[in-house]
Design a protein around this ligand. Structure first.
Ligand code: KPL
Length: 309
């Protein structure tokens, strides 16, 4: 690649990208928040075959980035939805007319925040289905292979960086979509079921298939499928198979919401289930199981006052 990929946020997906891009000799740099402790030069990685390795990743803290005015060309924004605004704020002096942002957050509606920092034609969306979790701040477990589908709302041809990335052997499978909206919706409908349920029941994704959780799981999937049909998404009829497949493929993963809830960080519940329920309400759609899930989640995890990554 001709330019450096800046990865904003060293959560599970940020680290997964940094490891894989570094392995493939793509120049990349993690921009990490100051609150996190990244004091070792070594970053551990456990691959899909349980093989543990460690390597040095290039990283810089938000505070150093604030002093650095070198322009950022391509930023993979991997912070969670609640931190999107503050993370973009920390690099805004390094963004310019040509800077391109690729948003990896779960949920939808993030263009409303990102468009304050770059123009709309420089905003891209990435829908990721790789499963990964951190065992500690610099120790990552890659727990399930998926793919990363990228696209933009503004009609345009694939950007040069994407073509280059696709031709590089990163092992991550990048695909381009000319119509990203339904892809984002499909991911949102997966996350709206899997993520809160795993946080509520404190379990790995695969454990949702157990008898004790199955009734609730299937009722939510059924309601999501009916909503997707009402929205006329072309994947609607297959939604049950799609969600069950993701659960199986990422059976050994802890969902991102489970990880955030356990670490008492703000979760993406608003960007995922909040967004979904807004749309459900706007369409006057009947979804008692999703409303019950929202309440159940908030009883167990009342909104946090303190903002932590
Ligand atoms: O996207 C995920 C997440 O955890 O946020 C899945 C695909 C459910 C993997 O855990």
């Amino acid at each position: 690649m001709k330019f450096t990929v800046s990865i904003l946020g060293a959560g599970a997906i940020g680290q997964l990208l940094a490891h894989k891009l570094t392995d493939a000799s793509v120049e990349c740099q993690l921009i990490v928040s100051d609150s996190d402790k990244y004091d070792s030069p070594d970053w551990q990685f456990r691959d899909l075959n349980q093989k543990v390795s460690s390597q040095q990743l290039q990283s810089t803290a938000h505070s150093s980035s604030r002093k650095d005015s070198s322009p950022l060309v391509l930023v993979f924004v991997c912070v969670k939805a609640p931190q999107l605004e503050s993370a973009l704020d920390s690099i805004k002096h390094r963004l310019h007319d040509q800077s391109q942002l690729v948003l990896f957050q779960n949920g939808m509606g993030h263009e409303n925040v990102a468009s304050h920092y770059v123009s709309e034609q420089n905003i891209f969306f990435a829908s990721n289905t790789h499963g990964a979790y951190r065992e500690s701040s610099q120790s990552l477990v890659y727990a399930g292979a998926g793919k990363i589908i990228v696209g933009a709302f503004e009609q345009q041809s694939t950007p040069e960086w994407f073509n280059q990335l696709q031709q590089t052997s990163t092992g991550l499978t990048f695909e381009w979509s000319a119509d990203i909206q339904p892809i984002l919706w499909r991911k949102l409908l997966i996350n709206a079921v899997v993520n809160p349920l795993t946080a509520i029941h404190r379990c790995k994704n695969g454990e949702l298939l157990k008898e004790e959780y199955r009734t609730q799981l299937l009722a939510l999937i059924n309601e999501s499928r009916q909503f997707a049909q009402a929205m006329q998404f072309d994947f609607a009829d297959d939604l049950k198979t799609i969600i069950l497949e993701v659960i199986e493929q990422t059976a050994d993963n802890y969902s991102s919401m489970y990880q955030d809830a356990m670490a008492e960080r703000m979760t993406e519940i608003n960007a995922i289930n909040g967004y979904l329920l807004d749309q459900i309400q706007a369409k006057a759609f009947h979804a008692p199981h999703h409303w019950a899930l929202w309440s159940q989640f908030h009883i167990q995890y009342p909104p946090l006052k303190k903002l932590t990554e």
